[in-house]
Design a protein around this ligand. Structure first.
Ligand code: NAP
Length: 409
Protein backbone atom coordinates (compact mmCIF):
# COMPACT_ATOMS: atom_id res chain seq x y z
CA UNK A 1 0.00 0.00 0.00
CA UNK A 2 2.72 2.52 0.99
CA UNK A 3 1.74 6.09 1.58
CA UNK A 4 1.93 8.48 4.48
CA UNK A 5 -0.60 9.73 6.94
CA UNK A 6 -2.08 13.23 6.51
CA UNK A 7 -0.81 15.31 9.42
CA UNK A 8 -1.83 18.57 11.04
CA UNK A 9 0.05 21.45 12.67
CA UNK A 10 -1.20 24.82 13.94
CA UNK A 11 -4.66 24.09 12.59
CA UNK A 12 -3.40 23.39 9.04
CA UNK A 13 -3.30 20.07 7.21
CA UNK A 14 0.07 18.64 6.17
CA UNK A 15 -0.63 16.58 3.08
CA UNK A 16 2.12 14.30 1.74
CA UNK A 17 2.40 13.43 -1.99
CA UNK A 18 0.98 9.97 -1.30
CA UNK A 19 -1.58 10.43 1.50
CA UNK A 20 -3.22 7.36 3.02
CA UNK A 21 -6.98 7.74 2.72
CA UNK A 22 -9.40 5.13 4.01
CA UNK A 23 -12.12 3.70 1.77
CA UNK A 24 -15.27 1.99 3.00
CA UNK A 25 -17.76 0.19 0.75
CA UNK A 26 -20.81 0.49 3.00
CA UNK A 27 -24.15 -1.24 2.38
CA UNK A 28 -26.57 -1.60 -0.56
CA UNK A 29 -25.19 0.12 -3.67
CA UNK A 30 -22.10 1.21 -1.66
CA UNK A 31 -19.59 -1.37 -3.01
CA UNK A 32 -20.40 -0.70 -6.67
CA UNK A 33 -20.38 3.11 -6.42
CA UNK A 34 -17.10 3.05 -4.46
CA UNK A 35 -15.42 0.76 -6.96
CA UNK A 36 -16.69 2.99 -9.80
CA UNK A 37 -15.49 6.18 -8.09
CA UNK A 38 -11.92 5.23 -7.17
CA UNK A 39 -10.60 4.97 -10.77
CA UNK A 40 -12.17 8.36 -11.55
CA UNK A 41 -10.49 10.02 -8.56
CA UNK A 42 -7.17 8.30 -9.34
CA UNK A 43 -7.38 9.36 -12.99
CA UNK A 44 -8.07 12.97 -11.96
CA UNK A 45 -5.02 12.98 -9.64
CA UNK A 46 -2.81 11.38 -12.31
CA UNK A 47 -3.98 13.81 -14.98
CA UNK A 48 -3.31 16.81 -12.70
CA UNK A 49 0.05 15.75 -11.20
CA UNK A 50 1.52 13.19 -13.64
CA UNK A 51 2.69 10.66 -11.05
CA UNK A 52 4.02 13.26 -8.57
CA UNK A 53 0.99 12.76 -6.34
CA UNK A 54 -1.19 9.73 -5.73
CA UNK A 55 -3.63 8.48 -3.11
CA UNK A 56 -2.84 5.30 -1.16
CA UNK A 57 -6.26 3.81 -0.45
CA UNK A 58 -6.63 1.61 2.63
CA UNK A 59 -9.78 -0.47 3.03
CA UNK A 60 -11.85 -0.41 6.23
CA UNK A 61 -15.21 -2.01 6.88
CA UNK A 62 -18.44 -1.14 8.65
CA UNK A 63 -22.11 -2.13 8.30
CA UNK A 64 -23.34 -5.45 6.91
CA UNK A 65 -20.02 -6.12 5.20
CA UNK A 66 -18.17 -5.87 8.53
CA UNK A 67 -20.81 -7.91 10.34
CA UNK A 68 -20.26 -10.78 7.89
CA UNK A 69 -16.47 -10.79 8.13
CA UNK A 70 -15.84 -9.48 11.70
CA UNK A 71 -19.13 -10.28 13.47
CA UNK A 72 -19.55 -6.59 14.26
CA UNK A 73 -21.17 -3.67 12.43
CA UNK A 74 -18.37 -1.40 13.52
CA UNK A 75 -15.22 -3.44 14.25
CA UNK A 76 -12.39 -2.27 16.51
CA UNK A 77 -9.95 -2.32 13.57
CA UNK A 78 -12.11 0.29 11.77
CA UNK A 79 -12.25 2.49 14.87
CA UNK A 80 -8.42 2.30 15.22
CA UNK A 81 -7.85 3.07 11.53
CA UNK A 82 -10.23 6.04 11.66
CA UNK A 83 -8.47 7.42 14.73
CA UNK A 84 -5.10 6.93 13.07
CA UNK A 85 -5.71 8.16 9.49
CA UNK A 86 -8.73 10.48 9.98
CA UNK A 87 -9.73 10.75 6.29
CA UNK A 88 -12.29 8.45 4.70
CA UNK A 89 -14.20 8.09 1.43
CA UNK A 90 -17.30 6.27 2.50
CA UNK A 91 -20.16 4.36 0.86
CA UNK A 92 -23.62 4.73 2.46
CA UNK A 93 -24.49 2.69 5.55
CA UNK A 94 -27.93 1.38 6.43
CA UNK A 95 -29.69 2.54 9.60
CA UNK A 96 -32.97 0.90 10.68
CA UNK A 97 -35.90 3.27 11.35
CA UNK A 98 -37.64 3.29 14.76
CA UNK A 99 -35.70 0.30 16.18
CA UNK A 100 -32.34 -1.47 16.19
CA UNK A 101 -28.81 -0.10 16.38
CA UNK A 102 -27.62 3.50 16.40
CA UNK A 103 -26.50 4.93 13.06
CA UNK A 104 -22.87 4.02 12.25
CA UNK A 105 -22.74 7.32 10.33
CA UNK A 106 -23.42 9.21 13.53
CA UNK A 107 -20.84 7.04 15.30
CA UNK A 108 -18.13 7.97 12.77
CA UNK A 109 -18.97 11.67 12.84
CA UNK A 110 -18.86 11.76 16.64
CA UNK A 111 -15.70 9.61 16.82
CA UNK A 112 -13.71 12.06 14.67
CA UNK A 113 -15.57 15.13 15.92
CA UNK A 114 -16.56 16.03 12.37
CA UNK A 115 -18.69 18.92 13.39
CA UNK A 116 -19.47 20.36 9.96
CA UNK A 117 -21.41 18.75 7.15
CA UNK A 118 -20.81 20.71 3.96
CA UNK A 119 -23.05 20.13 0.95
CA UNK A 120 -22.58 22.31 -2.11
CA UNK A 121 -25.67 22.31 -4.34
CA UNK A 122 -25.09 23.79 -7.78
CA UNK A 123 -27.00 23.08 -10.94
CA UNK A 124 -25.23 20.97 -13.57
CA UNK A 125 -26.46 22.01 -17.07
CA UNK A 126 -28.37 19.14 -18.66
CA UNK A 127 -30.03 17.82 -15.49
CA UNK A 128 -33.84 17.78 -15.43
CA UNK A 129 -34.74 20.22 -12.65
CA UNK A 130 -38.31 21.02 -11.51
CA UNK A 131 -37.37 24.73 -11.53
CA UNK A 132 -37.77 27.15 -14.46
CA UNK A 133 -34.36 28.65 -13.72
CA UNK A 134 -32.25 25.96 -12.04
CA UNK A 135 -29.10 27.83 -13.06
CA UNK A 136 -29.90 30.18 -10.15
CA UNK A 137 -29.24 27.38 -7.65
CA UNK A 138 -25.76 27.71 -6.19
CA UNK A 139 -25.91 27.12 -2.44
CA UNK A 140 -23.67 25.55 0.16
CA UNK A 141 -25.39 24.06 3.18
CA UNK A 142 -23.21 24.01 6.28
CA UNK A 143 -24.95 21.85 8.83
CA UNK A 144 -23.87 21.43 12.46
CA UNK A 145 -23.07 17.74 12.65
CA UNK A 146 -22.62 16.72 16.30
CA UNK A 147 -25.36 18.39 18.35
CA UNK A 148 -29.19 18.65 18.32
CA UNK A 149 -30.67 15.35 17.10
CA UNK A 150 -27.28 13.57 17.39
CA UNK A 151 -26.93 14.33 21.10
CA UNK A 152 -30.67 14.26 21.74
CA UNK A 153 -32.14 11.64 24.06
CA UNK A 154 -35.49 9.92 23.60
CA UNK A 155 -37.72 7.75 25.74
CA UNK A 156 -40.65 5.72 24.37
CA UNK A 157 -44.26 6.43 25.30
CA UNK A 158 -45.22 4.77 28.61
CA UNK A 159 -41.67 3.70 29.44
CA UNK A 160 -40.51 3.91 33.07
CA UNK A 161 -38.06 6.69 32.18
CA UNK A 162 -40.66 8.73 30.28
CA UNK A 163 -43.11 8.42 33.19
CA UNK A 164 -40.47 9.44 35.74
CA UNK A 165 -39.38 12.38 33.62
CA UNK A 166 -42.98 13.49 33.10
CA UNK A 167 -43.55 13.38 36.86
CA UNK A 168 -40.35 15.35 37.51
CA UNK A 169 -41.37 18.00 34.98
CA UNK A 170 -44.82 18.29 36.52
CA UNK A 171 -43.69 18.32 40.18
CA UNK A 172 -40.52 20.39 39.91
CA UNK A 173 -40.95 22.58 36.83
CA UNK A 174 -44.72 22.87 36.60
CA UNK A 175 -44.66 21.63 32.99
CA UNK A 176 -47.24 19.25 31.55
CA UNK A 177 -46.60 16.47 29.06
CA UNK A 178 -49.37 14.18 27.78
CA UNK A 179 -49.49 10.76 29.47
CA UNK A 180 -49.05 8.78 26.26
CA UNK A 181 -46.25 10.90 24.78
CA UNK A 182 -42.81 9.68 23.88
CA UNK A 183 -40.34 12.28 25.13
CA UNK A 184 -37.28 13.70 23.41
CA UNK A 185 -34.67 16.18 24.59
CA UNK A 186 -33.09 18.51 22.07
CA UNK A 187 -29.77 20.01 23.17
CA UNK A 188 -28.11 22.86 21.24
CA UNK A 189 -24.89 24.09 22.82
CA UNK A 190 -23.13 27.45 22.71
CA UNK A 191 -19.58 26.17 22.06
CA UNK A 192 -20.77 23.87 19.26
CA UNK A 193 -22.77 26.69 17.67
CA UNK A 194 -19.83 29.04 17.87
CA UNK A 195 -17.37 26.67 16.19
CA UNK A 196 -19.72 25.83 13.30
CA UNK A 197 -20.40 29.56 12.82
CA UNK A 198 -16.66 30.26 12.69
CA UNK A 199 -16.23 27.54 10.07
CA UNK A 200 -19.18 28.81 7.99
CA UNK A 201 -18.00 32.41 8.02
CA UNK A 202 -14.43 31.41 7.21
CA UNK A 203 -15.73 29.20 4.38
CA UNK A 204 -17.83 32.09 3.01
CA UNK A 205 -14.92 34.55 3.18
CA UNK A 206 -12.32 32.13 1.72
CA UNK A 207 -14.64 31.08 -1.11
CA UNK A 208 -15.90 34.61 -1.83
CA UNK A 209 -19.53 33.74 -1.18
CA UNK A 210 -22.05 36.60 -0.87
CA UNK A 211 -23.99 35.69 2.25
CA UNK A 212 -24.42 33.37 5.22
CA UNK A 213 -28.05 32.77 6.26
CA UNK A 214 -28.72 31.31 9.70
CA UNK A 215 -31.67 28.90 9.39
CA UNK A 216 -33.63 28.36 12.62
CA UNK A 217 -37.01 27.86 14.21
CA UNK A 218 -36.17 30.27 17.02
CA UNK A 219 -39.65 31.83 17.08
CA UNK A 220 -40.91 28.60 18.71
CA UNK A 221 -37.80 26.89 20.13
CA UNK A 222 -36.31 30.00 21.67
CA UNK A 223 -33.61 28.51 23.88
CA UNK A 224 -32.23 26.01 21.37
CA UNK A 225 -32.80 27.27 17.82
CA UNK A 226 -33.26 30.89 18.88
CA UNK A 227 -30.06 30.67 20.90
CA UNK A 228 -28.30 29.17 17.85
CA UNK A 229 -29.22 32.32 15.92
CA UNK A 230 -28.09 34.69 18.69
CA UNK A 231 -24.79 32.88 19.33
CA UNK A 232 -24.06 32.80 15.60
CA UNK A 233 -24.67 36.56 15.26
CA UNK A 234 -22.43 37.18 18.27
CA UNK A 235 -19.53 35.25 16.68
CA UNK A 236 -20.02 37.16 13.42
CA UNK A 237 -19.93 40.49 15.25
CA UNK A 238 -17.12 39.62 17.68
CA UNK A 239 -14.74 37.68 15.43
CA UNK A 240 -15.67 38.62 11.85
CA UNK A 241 -16.89 42.18 12.34
CA UNK A 242 -14.45 43.57 9.77
CA UNK A 243 -15.43 41.05 7.11
CA UNK A 244 -19.17 40.67 7.63
CA UNK A 245 -22.22 42.91 7.65
CA UNK A 246 -25.56 42.08 9.24
CA UNK A 247 -28.83 42.69 7.39
CA UNK A 248 -29.68 45.42 9.89
CA UNK A 249 -26.37 47.17 9.16
CA UNK A 250 -26.87 46.75 5.42
CA UNK A 251 -30.27 48.42 5.52
CA UNK A 252 -29.25 51.11 8.06
CA UNK A 253 -25.63 52.15 7.95
CA UNK A 254 -25.04 51.08 4.31
CA UNK A 255 -28.44 52.20 2.86
CA UNK A 256 -29.04 48.82 1.21
CA UNK A 257 -25.74 48.84 -0.71
CA UNK A 258 -23.51 45.91 0.16
CA UNK A 259 -19.94 47.11 0.90
CA UNK A 260 -17.30 45.41 -1.26
CA UNK A 261 -15.36 42.41 0.03
CA UNK A 262 -17.78 41.68 2.90
CA UNK A 263 -20.13 38.80 3.57
CA UNK A 264 -23.77 39.49 4.47
CA UNK A 265 -25.01 37.63 7.54
CA UNK A 266 -28.77 37.31 7.95
CA UNK A 267 -31.25 34.82 9.39
CA UNK A 268 -34.50 33.24 8.28
CA UNK A 269 -37.11 31.07 9.97
CA UNK A 270 -36.86 27.47 8.75
CA UNK A 271 -40.35 26.99 7.26
CA UNK A 272 -40.10 30.24 5.32
CA UNK A 273 -36.77 29.11 3.90
CA UNK A 274 -38.27 25.97 2.42
CA UNK A 275 -40.53 28.04 0.17
CA UNK A 276 -37.91 30.68 -0.52
CA UNK A 277 -35.21 28.32 -1.77
CA UNK A 278 -37.79 27.25 -4.38
CA UNK A 279 -39.28 30.63 -5.28
CA UNK A 280 -36.02 32.61 -5.19
CA UNK A 281 -32.99 30.37 -4.90
CA UNK A 282 -30.69 33.21 -5.94
CA UNK A 283 -31.25 34.82 -2.52
CA UNK A 284 -29.45 31.95 -0.79
CA UNK A 285 -25.75 31.27 -0.80
CA UNK A 286 -24.19 29.72 2.33
CA UNK A 287 -26.87 28.34 4.67
CA UNK A 288 -25.79 27.78 8.27
CA UNK A 289 -28.13 25.39 10.05
CA UNK A 290 -28.42 23.36 13.23
CA UNK A 291 -28.30 19.63 12.64
CA UNK A 292 -31.94 18.70 11.95
CA UNK A 293 -32.79 21.78 9.85
CA UNK A 294 -29.61 21.19 7.85
CA UNK A 295 -30.57 17.58 7.24
CA UNK A 296 -33.97 18.59 5.80
CA UNK A 297 -32.88 21.60 3.77
CA UNK A 298 -29.96 19.83 2.10
CA UNK A 299 -32.21 17.19 0.50
CA UNK A 300 -34.76 19.86 -0.47
CA UNK A 301 -32.00 21.95 -2.06
CA UNK A 302 -30.72 18.84 -3.83
CA UNK A 303 -34.15 18.29 -5.37
CA UNK A 304 -33.97 21.77 -6.92
CA UNK A 305 -31.20 20.67 -9.24
CA UNK A 306 -33.14 17.57 -10.24
CA UNK A 307 -31.47 14.72 -8.40
CA UNK A 308 -29.91 14.21 -4.96
CA UNK A 309 -28.07 11.23 -6.46
CA UNK A 310 -25.53 13.66 -7.92
CA UNK A 311 -24.56 15.40 -4.69
CA UNK A 312 -21.54 14.79 -2.51
CA UNK A 313 -21.01 15.86 1.08
CA UNK A 314 -17.98 16.54 3.25
CA UNK A 315 -18.06 15.91 6.99
CA UNK A 316 -15.14 17.78 8.42
CA UNK A 317 -13.65 18.79 11.73
CA UNK A 318 -10.50 20.64 12.71
CA UNK A 319 -8.47 17.57 11.70
CA UNK A 320 -10.18 14.83 9.73
CA UNK A 321 -12.83 14.33 7.10
CA UNK A 322 -15.35 11.81 5.85
CA UNK A 323 -16.55 12.29 2.30
CA UNK A 324 -19.69 10.59 1.04
CA UNK A 325 -22.66 10.81 -1.29
CA UNK A 326 -25.74 12.56 0.05
CA UNK A 327 -28.00 9.62 -0.87
CA UNK A 328 -28.35 6.38 1.08
CA UNK A 329 -27.95 2.69 0.31
CA UNK A 330 -30.78 2.56 -2.33
CA UNK A 331 -31.18 -1.19 -1.59
CA UNK A 332 -33.51 -1.88 -4.55
CA UNK A 333 -30.65 -1.08 -6.94
CA UNK A 334 -27.91 -2.99 -5.09
CA UNK A 335 -25.83 -5.31 -7.26
CA UNK A 336 -27.56 -4.29 -10.53
CA UNK A 337 -24.94 -1.92 -11.99
CA UNK A 338 -27.58 0.80 -12.41
CA UNK A 339 -26.89 3.12 -9.44
CA UNK A 340 -25.53 6.57 -10.14
CA UNK A 341 -21.97 6.89 -8.72
CA UNK A 342 -21.93 10.67 -9.24
CA UNK A 343 -22.64 11.51 -5.57
CA UNK A 344 -19.60 9.63 -4.32
CA UNK A 345 -17.50 10.96 -7.21
CA UNK A 346 -18.52 14.52 -6.26
CA UNK A 347 -17.62 13.62 -2.66
CA UNK A 348 -14.18 12.68 -4.02
CA UNK A 349 -14.01 16.15 -5.61
CA UNK A 350 -14.75 17.72 -2.20
CA UNK A 351 -12.09 15.53 -0.60
CA UNK A 352 -9.48 16.66 -3.13
CA UNK A 353 -10.43 20.29 -2.55
CA UNK A 354 -10.20 19.80 1.20
CA UNK A 355 -6.65 18.42 1.00
CA UNK A 356 -5.64 21.25 -1.33
CA UNK A 357 -5.47 19.27 -4.60
CA UNK A 358 -7.67 21.77 -6.44
CA UNK A 359 -6.43 20.90 -9.96
CA UNK A 360 -7.53 17.28 -9.58
CA UNK A 361 -10.85 18.38 -8.08
CA UNK A 362 -11.47 20.65 -11.07
CA UNK A 363 -10.82 17.74 -13.41
CA UNK A 364 -13.62 15.72 -11.77
CA UNK A 365 -16.02 18.66 -11.92
CA UNK A 366 -15.34 19.21 -15.61
CA UNK A 367 -15.56 15.52 -16.49
CA UNK A 368 -18.99 15.23 -14.84
CA UNK A 369 -20.26 18.31 -16.68
CA UNK A 370 -18.85 17.01 -19.96
CA UNK A 371 -20.49 13.60 -19.55
CA UNK A 372 -23.92 15.13 -18.81
CA UNK A 373 -23.34 17.47 -21.76
CA UNK A 374 -22.77 14.36 -23.95
CA UNK A 375 -26.07 12.98 -22.53
CA UNK A 376 -24.14 10.06 -21.08
CA UNK A 377 -25.63 9.28 -17.67
CA UNK A 378 -27.02 6.51 -15.49
CA UNK A 379 -30.72 5.57 -15.56
CA UNK A 380 -31.85 8.01 -12.83
CA UNK A 381 -30.83 10.92 -15.07
CA UNK A 382 -31.16 9.30 -18.50
CA UNK A 383 -34.88 8.56 -17.95
CA UNK A 384 -35.62 12.28 -17.64
CA UNK A 385 -33.51 13.50 -20.52
CA UNK A 386 -34.56 10.77 -22.94
CA UNK A 387 -31.05 9.33 -23.23
CA UNK A 388 -29.93 5.69 -23.33
CA UNK A 389 -28.80 4.82 -19.78
CA UNK A 390 -25.24 3.80 -18.97
CA UNK A 391 -24.49 1.30 -16.22
CA UNK A 392 -22.64 2.39 -13.06
CA UNK A 393 -19.30 1.06 -14.34
CA UNK A 394 -19.80 2.38 -17.87
CA UNK A 395 -20.66 5.88 -16.67
CA UNK A 396 -17.55 5.96 -14.44
CA UNK A 397 -15.53 4.59 -17.38
CA UNK A 398 -16.75 7.48 -19.51
CA UNK A 399 -15.53 9.95 -16.88
CA UNK A 400 -12.11 8.28 -16.84
CA UNK A 401 -11.99 8.50 -20.66
CA UNK A 402 -12.87 12.20 -20.57
CA UNK A 403 -10.19 12.87 -17.94
CA UNK A 404 -7.51 10.83 -19.74
CA UNK A 405 -8.31 12.49 -23.07
CA UNK A 406 -7.42 15.85 -21.50
CA UNK A 407 -10.94 17.27 -22.08
CA UNK A 408 -11.46 17.83 -18.36
CA UNK A 409 -8.64 20.34 -17.82
P1 NAP B 1 -31.79 6.38 -0.48
O1 NAP B 1 -30.97 5.18 -0.19
O2 NAP B 1 -31.07 7.62 -0.82
O3 NAP B 1 -32.76 5.98 -1.66
C1 NAP B 1 -33.97 6.65 -1.96
C2 NAP B 1 -34.19 6.63 -3.44
O4 NAP B 1 -33.34 7.59 -4.07
C3 NAP B 1 -33.88 5.33 -4.16
O5 NAP B 1 -34.90 4.40 -4.06
C4 NAP B 1 -33.69 5.85 -5.59
O6 NAP B 1 -34.95 6.37 -6.06
C5 NAP B 1 -32.91 7.12 -5.35
N1 NAP B 1 -31.44 6.95 -5.29
C6 NAP B 1 -30.63 7.19 -4.22
N2 NAP B 1 -29.36 7.04 -4.56
C7 NAP B 1 -29.33 6.71 -5.85
C8 NAP B 1 -28.28 6.44 -6.77
N3 NAP B 1 -26.98 6.51 -6.41
N4 NAP B 1 -28.60 6.11 -8.04
C9 NAP B 1 -29.88 6.06 -8.43
N5 NAP B 1 -30.92 6.33 -7.60
C10 NAP B 1 -30.65 6.65 -6.33
O7 NAP B 1 -32.74 6.74 0.77
P2 NAP B 1 -33.54 5.82 1.79
O8 NAP B 1 -34.28 4.77 1.02
O9 NAP B 1 -34.30 6.77 2.62
O10 NAP B 1 -32.45 5.14 2.71
C11 NAP B 1 -31.98 3.81 2.56
C12 NAP B 1 -30.95 3.54 3.66
O11 NAP B 1 -29.82 4.40 3.48
C13 NAP B 1 -31.47 3.78 5.09
O12 NAP B 1 -31.04 2.72 5.92
C14 NAP B 1 -30.80 5.08 5.50
O13 NAP B 1 -30.58 5.16 6.89
C15 NAP B 1 -29.49 4.98 4.74
N6 NAP B 1 -28.84 6.29 4.50
C16 NAP B 1 -27.51 6.35 4.70
C17 NAP B 1 -26.85 7.54 4.44
C18 NAP B 1 -25.36 7.59 4.68
O14 NAP B 1 -24.74 6.56 4.85
N7 NAP B 1 -24.78 8.77 4.71
C19 NAP B 1 -27.55 8.66 3.95
C20 NAP B 1 -28.93 8.53 3.72
C21 NAP B 1 -29.57 7.34 4.01
P3 NAP B 1 -35.89 5.96 -7.22
O15 NAP B 1 -36.84 5.02 -6.59
O16 NAP B 1 -36.51 7.28 -7.55
O17 NAP B 1 -35.12 5.40 -8.38
Amino acid sequence: MGGEKIGSASGKLIVPCDPIILKMDGDGIGPEIISAALPVIDAAVESAYHGKRRISWKKVQAGKDAERSHGSLFPGSTVSALKEYKFLLKGPLETPVGKGYRSPNVHIRLLLDLYANIRPVKYIPGLDSPLKHPEKVDMVIIRENTDDLYTGIEWPSNSKAANELRKYLKDRLNSNIEKDAGIGIKPIGKAKTERITRLALKYAIDNRRKSVTIMHKGNIMKYTEGAFRDWAYNVAKREFGKKSVTEAELNGKFHGRMPKGKVLINDRIADNMFQQIITRPESYDVILAPNLNGDYISDAAGALIGDIGVLGAANIGDYGGVFEAVHGTAPKYAGKNVANPMGIIKAGELMLLHIGWAEAARSIKKAVEASIGQRKATADIARFIGAKPLGTKEFAGNLVDIIESGKAR
